[in-house]
Design a protein around this ligand. Structure first.
Ligand SMILES: Cc1ncc(COP(=O)(O)O)c(C=O)c1O
Length: 263
């Protein structure tokens, strides 16, 4: 993608919000601008809205503006950002920085928990399919394994070698269609039901009726978002607690499926 963009004198912009710099460093792979919603995994407390722009300098672009080319991040900071005014509140800045100090530890644990949760869901009879980059059968697993490494694992006493981590975002489809998915969703007790992701608490949503509702059926089909798909972002809780909540909610679905078959 970087080579293609550069062959047309265009910068490659990567939204690396979900991977965070703890797992993926896009500029090392040829990207020119990286955007991060610091509202999500980067801080994970969910206490405030913040973002980051990281840019290679000088920038490859056909735009004839030396300030923009020489230092895009500073350009954004001093011009559009200053004029539109979306600056961080000082207290929020302190809270965001504090959250970021534990990013590496959190993403390491949360990735491992997500792997455990994904493996549990994979073998659950009420689940149709599971999509997680860490699962070897995911179509992008090989690519993810090439790019997603826990930063500095080779210098860590615990690992002493590079280790892949795949983040804490996954999705799965509940057997029996959208009604059963909704029933499962409403049965969650510990996992938060919210149109959000990247938090220290586990959060789930049904994209077809939330984030992607306005996209319409055809758009969702093109994007591979069936109506029974649940997006799950696993937090810092013990993975067994997350699994227990998923299990009890899936159990409700199994019971009503049996009831429907017998009536
Ligand atoms: C991948 C990704 N990038 C960017 C954003 C925008 O984040 P913010 O609300 O911090 O502007 C979102 C929000 O959901 C997101 O999921």
């Amino acid at each position: 993608m970087a080579d293609l963009a550069h062959s047309h004198d265009l910068p490659l912009i990567v939204d690396s919000t979900v991977a965070t710099p703890a797992l993926l460093r896009p500029i090392c792979h040829g990207a020119d601008i990286v955007v991060q919603s610091a509202t999500k995994t980067l801080t994970s407390s969910g206490f405030g809205v913040a973002g980051a722009v990281i840019a290679r300098s000088p920038l490859v672009t056909t735009i004839d503006n030396d300030d923009l080319k020489n230092n895009f991040a500073i350009y954004v900071k001093y011009l559009p950002n200053r004029d539109y005014g979306p600056n961080l509140h000082p207290l929020q800045a302190v809270m965001s920085l504090n959250d970021m100090r534990t990013l590496r530890t959190k993403i390491d644990r949360m990735s491992q928990s997500t792997m455990k949760v994904a493996r549990f869901l994979e073998q659950h009879p009420a689940v149709e399919s599971v999509q997680y980059l860490g699962l070897p059968n995911h179509p992008l697993h090989e690519l993810a394994s090439k790019y997603m490494w826990l930063v500095d694992a080779e210098h860590d006493e615990l690992y002493g070698k590079p280790v892949n981590r795949y983040g804490h975002l996954m999705s799965f489809c509940v057997k029996g269609g959208p009604e059963r998915a909704r029933e499962f969703f409403d049965g969650l007790q510990r996992i938060w039901r919210a149109t959000d992701l990247g938090r220290i608490k586990s959060v789930a949503t049904i994209p077809a009726i939330s984030t992607h509702l306005q996209q319409g059926e055809e758009g969702r089909q093109l994007a591979g978002i069936p109506p029974n798909l649940v997006r799950l972002c696993v937090g810092g809780e013990h993975p067994d607690d997350v699994i227990a909540d998923l299990d009890q909610a899936l159990h409700r679905v199994e019971s009503s499926t049996k009831a429907a078959v017998s009536s």
